[in-house]
Ligand binder design. Structure first.
Ligand SMILES: [Zn+2]
Length: 108
């Protein structure tokens, strides 16, 4: 899914990382969401609040990805999927058939 050879070492966390293209896409989407807030607030300065930005991003993603099928979730806002086992699951003790998956969208 991720080609690790393209990943700069400084962005590497526990062996997983985003390509610079993916990081740029994430930043671009977040900036666009913040820009929308600022515009709709009549150009008033709006603080950078990742909860507000995520709320907009998730709503837009639902329309673009889930309803209109214009992009995949990965294209819209790249993520890394971590598949857990019963041994590695953060929700331990987990049932023997653990199939928990975490989607990591940013290393910040
Ligand atoms: Zn589990």
């Amino acid at each position: 899914m991720i080609n690790n050879s393209e990943i700069p070492a400084e962005n590497n966390l526990i062996g997983l990382s985003f390509s610079s293209e993916q990081s740029e896409r994430q930043d671009w989407v977040d900036n666009a969401c913040h820009g929308l807030l600022t515009e709709l607030a009549g150009g008033k300065e709006v603080e950078w609040n990742i909860e507000h930005i995520s709320a907009i991003r998730e709503a837009v993603q639902e329309i673009i990805v889930d309803e209109l099928h214009l992009m995949t979730e990965m294209e819209f806002y790249p993520y890394i999927e971590i598949h857990y086992t019963a041994e590695t699951c953060p929700g331990r003790p987990c049932s023997s058939g653990c199939d928990h998956i975490s989607k990591i969208t940013k290393f910040t």
